[in-house]
Design a protein around this ligand. Structure first.
Ligand SMILES: [Ca+2]
Length: 498
């Protein structure tokens, strides 16, 4: 039985309690439960925070989120031909997730999923929000976010940078849990002299965007050093246009030796130039990330601050002969058409997490994590837990983060991508450690099946091979079950096209 509306209803009720101010004040979580249950819930539906501990025990959170950043752009992920000294040092001080993924490979739905721990069709945002064709669409404040739960429990919350979850005031970050916002609501901005919103007023600023956002984040941390805070810094970098950025970044990358993916017919000169520019933008992130780490050390907050670094999805510049993300195009001498995809290069994200004293240095996690898992993981880590009747899709990975062996952790993951700008694909994915199945529900596109063990680069689509037919059938059934479990609008089509 599909209960598509149920999570809306429950989550909205919790949200209303938060919005009403009951949970905004620094009341004890237990008092909040009593208030919520009396006002918004009948019978036994209680919004319990199972792990509540005194506020003073909770760590600060610095959440650094980049835009379109592939794992291959970071040295700690195994690429010697990039320049990320601060991120590499950071990786050695905490845990690096080797198999972290977004469940959808473009900006807005990935960001919405990260904040709500729901799949894109559950939220109603399944492609990047296009200001021309859907200027009044955004992340409804009816969906509860983890920053909102932190705020409700005494955290000072701040967001600097890119939102891309709605332009209208009803979708403003302040409606989804952020006390303060310094940034831009749309999907893009100029890397130099950007237009930014500050204290509700929008105007042109002078300087390098990555530096401006970082400086404001440093300011917030300094001002709140004696409180408990969440600082979210959503860089625009290394999203296109990659450059210009500071002279320092340009100089650093000018001399770096680069290597190209080996793909026949690649526009090699163009790819080389774009990779250098992209890595220049990555250097701007790394350089600013170093400033944040220095301040946290200087303020002696290192051990009491959980620092998370991740990106909204991956990116390709030449891999598979493509450029961009889920909505990539070929960058070949004889081919530049669109190639909607869910290759690992598009869905895999960097994910590195540090808190000295609680997370051992130099750890590498192999288990599959999705960004939907961060919601319950963060809340458990800070001692709150997820309200018991909140319906989210992510799993609590705090035990993994603590270095514990977790038995029975499911390494399979489900993904979705409906490409609407331009309309061209409806994709559903099931990825296991061994296999990846992508079903295409757009007319004219065929399914894809890869053996990740023998073909990790996903070059050989096995659909049509007789020997693989039972695997294909089995994966399709598993995928259908995932789709049905979240009332995916394409589930009916999947049943009709077995
Ligand atoms: Ca993006």
């Amino acid at each position: 039985m599909c209960d598509r509306g149920a999570y809306h209803l429950t989550n909205r009720a919790i949200m209303q309690a938060v919005s009403s101010g009951i949970l905004r004040q620094r009341v004890s979580p237990m008092l909040a439960i009593v208030l919520i249950s009396g006002v918004f819930f009948s019978n036994s539906a209680l919004a319990k925070f199972p792990d509540s501990k005194p506020t003073t025990a909770r760590p600060n959170i610095l959440f650094v989120y980049t835009d379109d950043q592939s794992t291959w752009s970071i040295g700690a992920y195994g690429n010697p031909n990039t320049l990320t000294p601060n991120l590499d040092r950071f990786a050695s001080q905490g845990m690096l997730f080797q198999n972290a993924f977004t469940t959808t490979p473009v900006c807005s739905p990935s960001r919405a999923g990260l904040l709500t721990s729901l799949y894109s069709t559950q939220i109603g945002i399944s492609d990047w929000l296009n200001p021309t064709t859907e200027p009044h669409h955004g992340l409804s404040p009816a969906f509860l976010t983890w920053p909102e739960l932190l705020k409700a429990n005494g955290y000072q919350t701040f967001l600097a940078g890119k939102w891309h979850l709605g332009l209208d005031q009803e979708f403003h970050p302040s409606r989804s849990g952020f006390d303060e916002f310094f940034g831009f609501l749309g999907g893009g901005n100029t890397p130099i002299n950007p237009t930014l919103e500050e204290n509700g007023a929008t105007g042109k600023k002078s300087g390098v965007l990555a530096d401006l956002l970082t400086d404001k984040t440093l300011e917030f941390i300094r001002a709140n050093k004696d409180r408990t805070w969440l600082a979210a810094l959503h860089f625009r970098e290394p999203h296109a246009p990659y450059v210009p950025t500071s002279i320092e970044d340009t100089k650093a990358l000018a001399v770096l030796r680069l290597e190209l993916p080996v793909v026949q017919g690649l526009q090699s000169d163009r790819v080389m130039q774009l990779r250098r520019e992209y890595l220049t933008a990555v250097h701007a992130v790394d350089r600013n990330f170093g400033k944040l780490m220095t301040l946290i050390d200087d303020l002696k907050l290192t051990e009491n601050t959980l620092v998370i670094f991740t990106s909204d999805h991956g990116y390709m510049i030449g891999e598979h002969g493509l450029i961009h993300k889920g909505n990539a195009s070929y960058i070949l001498k004889d081919k530049t058409t669109l190639r909607p995809n869910m290759f690992d290069n598009a869905i895999r994200v960097p994910l590195m997490i540090r808190q000295p004293g609680r997370i051992a240095p130099g750890m590498k996690a192999k288990h599959t994590m999705t960004q939907l898992d961060l919601f319950p993981t963060i809340l458990r880590w800070v001692g709150l837990g997820t309200p018991q009747n909140l319906k989210i899709q992510g799993r609590d990975a705090s035990a993994l983060l603590g270095g514990n062996t977790v038995s029975g952790w499911d390494d399979s993951m489900f993904g979705q991508y409906d490409m609407k700008h331009p309309e061209g694909a409806r994709m559903r994915m099931l990825r296991t450690n061994r296999w990846k199945l992508i079903r295409h529900f757009q007319e004219g596109l065929s399914d894809e099946l890869y053996d990740l063990e023998t073909d990790p680069d996903e070059n050989r689509n096995l659909i049509g091979q007789e020997s693989i037919a039972p695997v294909y059938r089995n994966l399709k059934n598993q995928l259908l079950e995932r789709m049905k479990s979240i009332c995916d609008p394409l589930a009916k089509l999947a049943i009709e096209q077995p």
